[in-house]
Design a protein around this ligand. Structure first.
Ligand code: NCD
Ligand code: ZN
Length: 360
């Protein structure tokens, strides 16, 4: 079984900064990616649109230049969202849109994930005119949808979790207050989120990662496979099944966004860095997930290559690549100074079921 597709877009990925940047970009090129949405949780974070970097913040303008200088100029689309903080103003949104540099803004739950400590509670932007300005100018809201500040059973329990609560309590209110605001619900992991996106109007869409389609919390816990530790956490099988159902439904609201996050050190002094690295291997993993439901080429093509560009308002790629159902191996990414371990290494089924070929 071998299929040819237009090159695809990764509408949620992390590339960080510094000397490793070219390696991370190359690993996206290696997997036939035509364009990226590069998340702004760099150090320092990207909380301004234009001008030069400072020690406190970076700008979209300068990060775009860094990405391009590291090889991303070969992509046909690069979007860098603005990291929302309590200092973001409606004027920044309006000026940012006029500059042509601002396409989307990212909500991070304060202290909820990697480099998210600059985020403010979501109510802030509902009250201070930022979401209103985004709605008026067509700037997309990228949401990391987890309630912040929860612990114990409320964070992750039998009867709910931080994402579940966020999609029951928060996002419906934003959508009701700003029905024209385009919302990309990032890396959804629960049935609650998938159901919300399905019943909302067409301004609401969602990205789904390969790991959330393929794995559950049991895969993470058995043997403590910490390379699968990402946020939001992988959940239970009912949730995974709901995500898969949404992904294979053909509904244009669901599309690829890997959340690939190259952590050079997963082990921290007091825990584990959140984020899975799927550079080089994401289309192969997505294909494996779609195959669980008997691969339908057209539906897979929509999810991987077409729905995302349509939501973000650009054309599909006119280049192509192919995927063949034939086993292939995953290998660590070696940069000059670091080794990044991709997702399937050490997992129960490390061998990929699909092989990717460029420019077929
Ligand atoms: C991301 C990272 O490493 O930057 N980590 C993750 O677990 N997904 C941040 C994020 O998207 O939450
Ligand atoms: Zn992310």
């Amino acid at each position: 079984m071998k299929f040819t597709f237009p090159k695809w877009y990764d509408l949620h990925a992390h590339f960080r900064q510094g000397d490793n940047l070219p390696y991370y970009i190359q690993s996206h090129m290696n997997m036939a990616c035509a364009g990226i949405l590069a998340m702004p949780n760099t150090k320092p974070p990207i909380t301004r649109v234009m001008g030069s970097n400072t020690d406190q913040y970076w700008t979209i303008e300068s990060y775009l230049n860094d990405l391009k200088a590291a090889g991303a100029d070969a992509f046909d689309q690069i979007i860098v969202p603005l990291y929302l903080t309590k200092e973001t103003t409606p004027e920044m949104i309006i000026e940012g849109t006029q500059s042509g540099l601002l396409k989307s803004c990212k909500y991070y739950p304060p202290h909820g994930t990697t480099n998210s400590e600059f985020g403010a509670p979501i109510q802030t932007y509902m009250d201070n005119g930022v979401f209103a300005a985004m709605s008026d100018t067509g700037v997309i809201l990228n949401i990391h949808g987890e309630e912040h500040g929860l612990s114990g059973e409320a964070y992750f329990g039998k009867n709910g979790n931080a994402e579940d609560l966020f999609y029951k309590e928060r996002v419906p209110k934003i959508h009701e207050m700003f029905p024209n605001l385009k919302i990309a619900c990032e890396h959804i992991t629960t049935k609650t989120a998938a159901d919300f996106v399905t019943q909302a109007n067409n301004n609401v869409a969602a990205t789904i990662t390969p790991q959330h389609l393929l794995y559950t919390v049991a895969d993470l816990l058995q043997g403590l496979k910490y390379h699968l530790y990402c946020l939001p956490l992988v959940k239970f099988d009912e949730d995974r099944q709901a995500l898969l159902k949404a992904a294979v439904s053909g509904n244009k609201k669901f599309f690829a966004g890997t959340d690939s996050a190259p952590h050079t050190h997963k082990q921290t002094p007091c825990g584990c860095a959140a984020g899975c690295f799927t550079g080089d291997i994401a289309p192969q993993l997505y294909a494996e997930a779609f195959d669980l439901n008997e691969m339908n080429k057209d539906v897979f093509e929509k999810f991987l290559c077409l729905n995302g560009p349509e939501f973000y308002g650009f054309e599909k790629s006119n280049q192509s690549f192919s995927l063949e159902k034939m086993p292939s191996q995953t290998s660590p990414l070696k940069t000059k100074t670091d080794t990044i371990i991709p997702l399937t290494v050490g997992m129960e089924r490390p061998t990929l079921q699909w092989t990717l070929n460029q420019n077929d």
